[in-house]
Design a protein around this ligand. Structure first.
Ligand code: HEC
Ligand code: HEC
Length: 380
């Protein structure tokens, strides 16, 4: 005697589909800088979902509990082989291989979210863990983030194949059961309560959303913050939530009168030393600075030079320069050249740009020295 019962309660189903959507969406937009804030949004959403699922795995409905899972990888493997030969037993909840997949996906999901958070905190100095790590560590996190995401994709595909195989084996549509929650089960099987736990799920999602909102969304739009109300940036953008860079009024006055005051973090200390040592021959002009002014400027420049900055650009510029080379131009450093290689000659020659050193023509935040991906805008 069998009956149709509720197996997957509402919070488990909502968790499942939102988790899937978060993964797919963040993967889909992962390459586009202007979508980074949404990529991050899905990351935080996923963290909230995982947080809920971990709680739900302990105190949740009968079929959602980890205690109901077949936790031995060996059992999972054995089941997989049986199922492949068409002999796997039918489970109302997760079968042993499915249990392993769910646990692994949760662990990988947690790892991919945390490494993503750490990457952004380190490379962009943004988000909940801004400034915890240096850029060098950030590069490591970024690589780990990528590999873990790929591993997760492999697991997702494995999971989908498993669902398809199992559905055929027992002639039931498992994907639909994850939508309706209903499955065929023998008389006397445990029945789930549909709405128990919904509050906990909403709470965890709200916390995750709140954290994301606080760090990414409630700030002024980039254009306004930089006083470029008329600027039209493409796509949605990450707000500037990284720390403000060090500033100095004297430096702005003396070094910002002919061109943008290039932030000290854009060149290593030895470059600033050389530039100031030959300030009487500054790209064809004589800066004619008094010795004490010159010394004060040099102190500020060296103190905040590339090697002493936590900024991603500073780190990468410095890393790209050979130790025995002392560039006098930011625009001659290999990192800068590499980043601007693809810009067409016609853009450089256009009336709005004219010089490669005219950073502000394309970077709305050039004055602040941050050079965020989000504030880039090629002149039309
Ligand atoms: C009298 C005008 C003037 C002042 C003041 C001035 N510069 Fe310059 N600077 C120039 C000119 C001209 C160039 C070359 C610009 C170009 O190639 O488009 C230049 C270029 C630079 C560059 C190279 C930009 C690149 O191509 O990467 C740096 C770095 C620089 N200046 C630093 C400074 C610093 C630091 C100060 C303050 C101590 C300063 N400048 C003050 C005129 C000035
Ligand atoms: C003609 C427009 C233009 C000018 C002028 C320009 N840039 Fe850029 N810059 C870009 C574009 C476009 C990118 C994005 C390249 C990419 O992401 O592949 C970029 C990327 C960068 C990056 C890397 C940002 C990141 O996080 O990926 C830095 C740093 C940077 N520029 C600094 C500068 C500095 C410093 C100057 C002035 C000395 C300057 N740029 C002048 C267009 C410009």
């Amino acid at each position: 005697m069998s009956q149709r019962i509720l197996v997957w309660d509402v919070p488990t189903r909502v968790f499942h589909w939102l988790f899937a959507i978060s993964f797919a969406a963040s993967w889909y937009i992962s390459e586009a800088d202007e979508w980074l804030s949404f990529h991050t949004f899905f990351g935080y959403l996923m963290l909230g979902l995982i947080g809920f699922r971990l709680i739900w795995g302990v105190v949740g409905g009968h079929y959602a509990r980890f205690a109901e899972f077949m936790c031995s990888p060996l059992a999972g493997w054995r089941y997989l082989r049986q199922a492949l030969s068409g002999a796997g037993a039918r489970y109302i909840g997760h079968n042993p291989a499915g249990s392993q997949a769910v646990l692994l996906l949760l662990v990988l999901g947690l790892a991919v979210c945390l490494t993503g958070m750490f990457t952004q905190g380190a490379e962009e100095q943004q988000g909940a863990v801004s400034g915890w790590f240096g850029v060098k560590t950030g590069v490591m996190f970024r690589e780990a983030h990528g590999y873990i995401a790929i591993l997760m994709l492999v697991m997702v595909i494995g999971h989908l194949l498993g669902v398809a195989m199992e559905s055929r084996l027992h002639k039931e549509n498992l994907a639909r059961a994850m939508v309706t929650g209903i499955k065929e089960a023998p008389q006397g099987s445990a029945v789930s309560k549909p709405f128990r736990g919904v509050g906990a799920l909403l709470l965890m999602m709200a916390i995750a959303f709140g954290i994301w909102w606080f760090f990414y969304a409630w700030h002024e739009p980039v254009e306004q913050r930089l006083g470029h109300d008329d600027a039209k940036l493409e796509g949605p953008h990450v707000a500037f939530v990284g720390p403000k860079l060090s500033d100095n009024a004297q430096w702005r006055e003396e070094c910002g009168s002919c061109h943008l005051a290039f932030h000290p973090s854009l060149l290593p200390a030895r470059s600033w030393q050389k530039l100031m040592a030959q300030q009487d021959r500054h790209f064809g002009t004589d800066l004619a600075l008094d010795a004490d002014v010159s010394a004060a400027l040099l102190e500020f420049l060296v103190k905040n030079a590339a090697e002493n900055s936590k900024r991603e650009a500073a780190f990468k510029i410095n890393r790209s320069i050979k130790p025995d080379v002392t560039p006098l131009r930011i625009t001659e450093t290999p990192y800068w050249v590499g980043k601007h290689r693809e810009i067409a000659d016609s853009v450089w020659r256009s009336a709005k740009v004219k010089s490669k050193a005219n950073c502000a023509a394309c970077h709305l935040d050039a004055d602040a020295g941050t050079f965020e991906d989000a504030a880039m805008q090629l002149p039309r």
